[in-house]
Write a protein that binds this ligand. Structure first.
Ligand SMILES: O=C(O)[C@H](O)[C@@H](O)[C@H](O)[C@H](O)COP(=O)(O)O
Length: 338
């Protein structure tokens, strides 16, 4: 059996398309300085806090209670040539989840209007829990779920009903609760070896490109509409780990790793050219455990020889947004108040 066509039968509520207001963002010109809430300037950092950036996000149902997000615009050495990154900082998981749902629903509406489909890529880890608001009103009714095609940026090579399976994680808390047609959910073929599963997944992606479901980038790689990803404490994204030879893999769209430092060891993963061909990437990074990697990525000088995987995200022609909290930024704040 090829990747895709996983059976699940979520209830299929009638939906209607609702226009959702855009999340308020504060866009200032990029500057090689960091202004943090203390007002302290930390020369040498590369983030600028937008003036008076705390503001409530709006919903067409009800105003969302007090300041949800501080919006930042960030640039880094890796992205300077390829556009800006947005850094959104939330006071709570709840607020992050509300904003992520709104962001995703707006992109769904945009791409369904433009392309007639919406291709979404998920990682495993805590990201999936952050998608929970999408399974609730108003999104459950308003999102055009029938147009979604769901892929995984990485997957553990285990049976689909295994506790380690990223498919199972997403199915249990997200996919089983929204009416995406099962044939549009592209799980790996769990009967194959790691090599076979990676090859099979790449073939499924090529078929989707040929069918016009997945767009193509100017460099010939699949261009997904939205990748929703987490980052590990070591700065890994997908199953691309610091210092690993796979970081420089460009020949394949999907490859396998058999010595993942994060268990389980056998996984398949998209390669960097595919990640960097995306139209939108949302990176959800919360908690003090991630503060070191966030500091390295956003607050420290770097050379091309010591880049963490997260710093190697450099979108060809796309938009990268960090969804973070204060704990994840704590080392930046500490540095700024020195
Ligand atoms: O299969 C995996 O292990 C994930 O896809 C992995 O890349 C994950 O997204 C990060 O490790 C962050 O996970 P947490 O958010 O749980 O730390």
């Amino acid at each position: 059996m090829a990747a895709s066509g996983v059976s699940h039968s979520p209830a299929a509520p009638a939906y209607r398309l609702r226009r959702l207001p855009l999340t308020r963002r504060f866009m200032l010109p990029a500057t090689p300085r960091l202004h943090l809430p203390t007002g302290t300037l930390y020369p040498g950092a590369r983030i600028s806090r937008c003036a008076d950036a705390r503001a409530p996000l709006r919903s067409n149902r009800r105003p969302l209670s007090p300041p949800l997000a501080m919006a930042y615009e960030a640039t880094s050495a890796a992205t300077a040539a390829n556009g800006k990154q947005d850094l959104l900082v939330f006071d709570s998981d709840e607020e992050l989840s509300v904003s992520l749902a709104k962001y995703t629903a707006e992109l769904s509406e945009k791409f369904v209007q433009e392309r007639g489909v919406f291709t979404v890529v998920l990682s495993g880890g805590s990201l999936v829990k952050s998608l929970r608001k999408l399974t609730e009103s108003p999104y459950l009714e308003s999102v055009d779920w029938a147009k979604w095609h769901v892929f995984w940026v990485d997957e553990r090579v285990v049976p689909k009903d295994h506790e380690d399976s990223n498919y199972k994680l997403a199915f249990d808390s997200f996919l089983s609760k929204v009416p995406i047609p099962p044939g549009q959910v592209y799980a790996i073929n769990d009967a194959l070896s790691a090599e076979g599963a990676a090859e099979d997944y790449e073939t499924a992606m090529k078929n989707s490109v040929n069918a016009g479901v997945i767009a193509v980038s100017t460099t010939g790689y699949p261009r997904f509409d939205l990748m929703l990803m987490g980052m590990g404490p070591d700065g890994h994204i997908a199953s691309l780990f610091p210092g690993h030879a796979l970081l420089s893999m460009t020949e394949k769209w999907v490859t396998c790793i058999k010595d993942s430092p994060k268990p389980p060891p056998e996984r398949i993963t998209f390669t960097f050219p595919v990640i960097n061909a995306s139209a939108y990437v949302a990176l959800v990074v919360t908690g003090a455990g991630k503060a070191g990697a966030v500091f390295k990525a956003l607050g420290s000088e770097k050379t091309s020889s010591d880049l963490l995987p997260v710093e190697m995200v450099s979108l060809e022609d796309g938009k990268f947004t960090w969804f973070t909290d204060k704990a994840a930024l704590s080392m930046l704040h500490d540095k700024a108040s020195l």
